[in-house]
Design a protein around this ligand. Structure first.
Ligand code: ZN
Length: 363
């Protein structure tokens, strides 16, 4: 089967890690609100300026960042957005978010990026995608939560008008922030529930902030009536997967550690939780050493909900089609696996019944 042509559903994809390179170049060159010299307190702008001289010594010596960006090419920009082949660990992986987060600070940048994100998804036959991001990360130039969410929704809506792609937004709490700040964001996002926002998430450094520290926050999220997924089991912690399921998560981001424990697998089956698997991301951050023991086969055999995702398309330098081919190359699944992957995606989606019905009819 030709995986590129297959209809796809993607549930775990971060906007800031999946920026369309050409769109981002356009924002860097054209966004009047972007203060280039002072991107994130100047740190990112200065790093870009000095690092560029080292990386591209054959280019002219620019006297300032504005000149450099006027001459910047998409290929050069990509080296700041994508990890190379030899990504050492999660820390190196995370440096590729510096520039995206510096750029995504204006309504223009957020709208354009969301549009480019969804258009790229539509090009590989993704019919439904849930874009996730942390609104708290986009306030450095003073934007309010509603301005941030509105801007992203405008971009996604434009892509729908152009291609028919159906989208939803997952808002992420960040593990390193205070409970008050995360809750304030969720309360603002709650106003958009079923109006473009579909769910909540918890992202950030899992090793330093285990799931059980967020019990109170997510019991508040439950009270707000928001479904949620939680990043868990990405750094090998089985207990985080277990705690996340017990906290009432509808889905687990990654959860690769679950495959190691029969007890957790039983719990997963009983609860009906779905696993959002992101193979290349797990390889690059060293969450798994190889795909040999990747739990996807076990999930499929034991009829536990799973689907294949990218996590961060641009940071990882991948596409959803490529991730599916990677899994196909490793396990040699038959068509049944990919039909299940699609139907699991429909089942796991935080979408309305109407949308789910349309997605099933599209198989
Ligand atoms: Zn993720």
């Amino acid at each position: 089967m030709e995986l590129f042509r297959e209809s796809k559903i993607e549930l775990h994809c971060h906007l800031d890690g999946s920026l369309d390179v050409d769109t981002t170049l356009g924002i860097l060159k054209n966004d009047p609100g972007l203060d280039l010299e002072n991107l994130v307190g100047g740190v990112t702008g200065k790093a870009l300026f000095w690092d560029y001289r080292e990386k591209f010594p054959y280019k002219p010596e620019y006297s300032n960042l504005k000149e450099l960006i006027a001459d910047l090419s998409a290929d050069e920009l990509k080296t700041y957005l994508t990890v190379g082949e030899g990504c050492r660990d999660l820390m190196e992986y995370l440096t590729r978010f510096d520039l995206p987060l510096a750029v995504l600070q204006t309504e223009y940048a957020l709208e354009q990026s969301a549009y480019g994100f969804a258009m790229a998804a539509a090009r590989e036959n993704i019919r439904y995608i849930e874009a996730r991001f942390a609104p708290t990360s986009h306030r450095q130039l003073g934007l309010e939560f509603n301005q941030i969410i509105d801007a992203v929704l405008r971009g996604l809506k434009r892509a729908k008008a152009d291609t028919g792609i159906i989208t939803n937004v997952i808002v992420c709490a960040m593990r390193g922030l205070s409970a008050e700040e995360n809750l304030e964001m969720f309360k603002a996002a709650r106003e958009y529930l079923n109006l473009g926002v579909c769910a909540a998430d918890l992202a950030g450094n899992e090793a330093a902030y285990p799931a059980n520290e967020f019990l109170t926050l997510f019991s508040e999220v439950k009270k707000l009536g928001m479904p949620f997924t939680l990043h868990a089991g990405e750094c090998g912690s089985l207990i985080n997967v277990k705690d996340s399921i017990e906290m009432g998560a509808g889905r687990i981001g990654h959860g690769v550690a679950a495959g190691k424990s029969e007890e957790v697998m039983k719990l997963a089956k009983k609860s009906g939780v779905g696993f959002e698997l992101c193979p290349s991301s797990n390889l690059q951050t060293k969450a798994v050493e190889s795909l040999d023991n990747y739990p996807v086969e076990t999930f499929f055999e034991q009829q536990i909900f799973y689907n294949i995702n990218t996590d961060n398309k641009t940071v990882s330098g991948i596409t959803l089609t490529g991730e599916m081919e990677l899994i196909q190359g490793q396990f040699g699944f038959d068509e049944d696996f990919w039909t299940t992957n699609y139907l699991n995606g429909v089942h796991m989606a935080f979408a309305s019944d109407d949308v789910k019905e349309r997605l099933v009819r599209g198989v």
